[in-house]
Design a protein around this ligand. Sequence first.
Ligand code: CP
Ligand code: NVA
Length: 298
Amino acid sequence: MNHLLSIEELSAEELIGLLDAAAELKAERGSHTRKPLAGQTWAMIFTKSSTRTRVSFEVGIRELGGSPMFLSKNDIQLGRGEPIIDTARVLGRMVHGAVIRTYAQQDIVDFSRYSGIPTINALTDDEHPCQILADLLTIREKLGGWEGKRIAWVGDGFSNMTISWMWAAKKLGFEFAVACPLQYAPTEAFLEKIDAPNISVTAHPAEAVTGAHVINTDVWLSMGQEDQAEKEAAFGPYQVNDELLADAATGHIVLHCLPAYRGKEITEETLEAHADTIFQQAENRLHAQKAVLAALAG
Ligand code: CP
Ligand code: NVA
């Protein structure tokens, strides 16, 4: 593994290897004898807001012995139009790795090629691989694994989160049931490309959630879509609430990558009833990303 650009590019073995390493790093947190990033500086280029990703990477890099360098787009010439391939060639000569949150997936692909240094996708419009690693770790901790489990997604059917989840379903084989307004569903072209019979799409949330062991949601409007009021208006029936969860499997868990908008994709009561899991999921970002950093540190 030279980069983490997507779940699409990971094999099942790599995914499971990262989760095993994350669990080990979590168990040994505090003792930290391994410092695979000793002497390294990692750039963190963010062109979108972040709480969890930024903090977990800064802490994770430090805990593994390295130094993080946070570069928001307005602090560097990228924000004034310097091409990503030039930014990549400069940083590639100075730092040891890069964590990038931005819009176009192609930008991080280009960065990885032109910089020649390990590059991690910290969220693009197409994928959020670090989040999915943390989510899978949480499912393993809470439910013992995903074998034989039904994982439902209620909300935007074709976002960075759903795309990464669908690739995880393809690689790991669990049932993944998406409920979304059909105009925001995975495209036919995508479904044909991924070719995964274990993925289903419905316009009816109750159908996806019935018998589900994991119920997952996210914001209706992803970063960069804040002004799309007509999109938001389509999601009214796609709220995760106690009524919707009535037919979920016994012992089900609710996941939300956060930030959450109460009263929109999830109710206050449902979020607070599942807060233990949801904030464990947020904490697991740190452990999962330390596993990625350690794997890429070389
Ligand atoms: N879930 C997630 O990526 O959170 P942030 O946007 O706060 O980093
Ligand atoms: N789909 C959301 C995820 C936020 C962590 C977004 O892109 O804004």
